[in-house]
Design a protein around this ligand. Structure first.
Ligand SMILES: [Zn+2]
Length: 188
């Protein structure tokens, strides 16, 4: 199998200051997986602004697309996120394909991608537009189905957690259990 890239060739192409910045960031790359023949990873999963970055060999050249706005060919032009994804991929012996295609979107096909900076896209919460509106009845059915799969102890803890901050849920829980709800009746 042809080696498309290794640490030597990466170090030969990427500016030292970007490499220095990318190595610590690479420790924070999650969810690395094959996508369109290249490697897709999330950089800074726990940070306030995680960036998804994709790198792959398009027409023989290492090409990248990153949520920070970088879309470029040649590792020498990569942003820190892209270099971090490549470093992670090399660490994990990622199987690069020589014939990757630059993906149009870095999102999973199933999820809604606010790819543009249009006000409408940024105003709506991510994912809100992906799913048609659900009737209250079908929401109840769906959630009941989910709840039925949980072990009783997990379900009880989850319910208690929410009931502790939601007086209506607390009252419903106590009433369902046949217990009095005196302190909850002041404000019907
Ligand atoms: Zn980036």
């Amino acid at each position: 199998m042809v080696v498309l890239i290794d640490f030597d060739s990466l170090h030969g192409s990427v500016a030292p200051e970007i490499l220095d910045a990318a190595y610590p960031v690479a420790e924070d790359v999650d969810d690395l997986r094959p996508h369109s023949g290249g490697a897709l990873g999330t950089v800074g999963q726990d940070s306030p602004a995680p960036q998804r970055a994709w790198a792959g060999f398009v027409d023989g050249t290492l090409t990248g697309r990153c949520e920070c706005g970088t879309v470029t060919t040649g590792p020498e032009n990569f942003c820190v996120h892209l270099v971090a994804v490549v470093v992670t991929a090399l660490n994990e012996a990622f199987p690069w394909s020589p014939t990757a295609t630059l993906p149009d979107t870095l999102d999973d096909p199933a999820t809604f991608a606010p790819d543009t900076d249009s006000p409408a896209a940024s105003a709506s919460p991510a994912g809100a537009a992906a799913r048609p509106p659900e009737s209250p009845e079908s929401t109840i059915r769906r959630l009941a189905g989910v709840a039925a799969t949980l072990p009783p102890a997990t379900l009880a803890h989850l319910l208690a957690q929410h009931a502790a901050t939601d007086p209506r849920l607390e009252a419903a829980l106590l009433t369902a259990a046949g217990l009095p709800t005196p302190h909850l009746l002041k404000n019907p």
